[in-house]
Design a protein around this ligand. Sequence first.
Ligand code: ASP
Length: 581
Amino acid sequence: MHRTHTCGELRLTDAGTTVTLSGWVQRTRDLGGLTFVDLRDRYGITQLGFNMERDQALCEQARQLGREFVVQATGMVKERESKNTHIPTGEIEIIATELKVLNRAKTPPFTIEEDTDGGEELRMKYRYLDLRRPNVRRHLELRHRMAIAVRNYLSGQGFLEVETPVLIKSTPEGARDFVVPSRMSQGEFYALPQSPQTFKQLLMVSGFDRYFQLVKCFRDEDLRADRQPEFTQIDCEMAFVEQEDVLNTFEGLAKHLFHAVLDLEIQGPFPRMTFNEAMRDYGSDKPDLRFGMKFHELNDLAQGKGFKVFDEAELVVGITAEGCAGWSRKQTDALIEFVKRPQIGASGIVFVRWTEEGLKSTVDKFFSPDQVQAWAERSGMRQGDLLCIMAGKPDKTRKQLNELRLHMGDLLGLRDPKVFKPLWVVDFPLLEHDPESGRWHAMHHPFTAPKPEDADRLESDPGSVMANAYDLVINGTEIGGGSIRIHEREMQERMFRVLGFSDADARYKFGFLLDAFEYGAPPHGGCAFGFDRWVALFGHRTDIREFIAFPKNNAGRDVMIDAPSRIDAEQLKELGITASS
Ligand code: ASP
């Protein structure tokens, strides 16, 4: 037997018991006559005590142990003289009588501690050592608990987990596909699923009216902190439902997760906001509702008074930062610097301060006190507040002000990762116009249905057609989204046409789905949630890589296994592919 207990479970009540533990050497401390070894495993750390007087040979053996050696020790549990209140096993130690080295270890390239000295690159190269760090381990434990809670909840609601294939044909979800060459059909390729979208719809046609899957999806796009080329979705679909049914079901899932995983009760229904309201009030389709600072449009009050920047703008819009009237020139200049960064690209900010001396703006030359007073009223300002106004083209200005709002939220400590504000954003437009290609793109994906009352304008006025599409947003992060789907061949064909597919192309790519819709497809809808993102959010972090056992870096590489990598000429030949370099 390698062990009778783990390194995290012994307590004072076990004193007097003879035990055997196995684990990794966290550290050894040599105090002359005494040597202590901290033994670590997944469950915790237990101190082993060795005494020169009691057993010189054993004590000397303990002194030779290096960090991360794998050892087995047997001894008696004893109350410690100097207790460590920071760890659950801190009241006891094991008076060792036997010690066996199960495996030696090289000195690890970084310290295996919560606060390690290892940089990101090194930790990823030795990810198997990084995963020994307790904080990283806790992230994977959280992920596991969430996965179990998802399965329990959905299974309890009658959902069936069905696996769908990984080698498929392209499903357009707006990203580039990863492709896999076929050996048996040379010159032909599989695509890895961007999501199981078409398969889950086919499962609805098959009569599995409640499907879910914790599933890997693959998208070849530029990476960010909240994106990985392969990621996990909680993918769901339901038949015989309307939007309301879907939202209620998954609000239930979200509440269950908050409760089961974080022990948090979210009271009342999640707020709902239409896409248009979200853009108007927050300049974003994923508003962070942990704090206010709503947008206030000022066009009618600010234009026509001779201030060119406002007069030439299509939108003049401001946010009120509570209690910031006293911000120094240096602080407000830093805000201007922030919005002028190339990623944001704004030209500046007009400020209005309301101090004890009254209202003072950076454009007092152009506006009378009454006019500035009117902006203050519109913007809900009170004494002590700072109003920040931006102007320009509507979409761009809203996006820029959204960046400023989030930045100020950070500066003011209003984005506490332990506070959660979920909401549904609903009523998305079905399509968006791409000025570069002159084409219409599906805002969600091509399988989303137009709202029935808008369907007859699909060809004549595509931009005005709305969809029963929805996103779950928590703290400014899009956690998931979905839609009510098209379930009729004719409508799906019309949609493909609006998206610029020829009929032949649509048949070549999606003939199977169009055919299926002719064999009794029920009305259906669903959604999918980014599991990695959701776990990261519950772990109070933004980088999803911290919650993935073996993630890829920003260049899409796995630096541990060194992938992607070249393959043999022989393998290429079998695939009928010629290497170019
Ligand atoms: N397949 C969609 C996605 O991956 C989600 C859905 O519509 O259910 O975003």
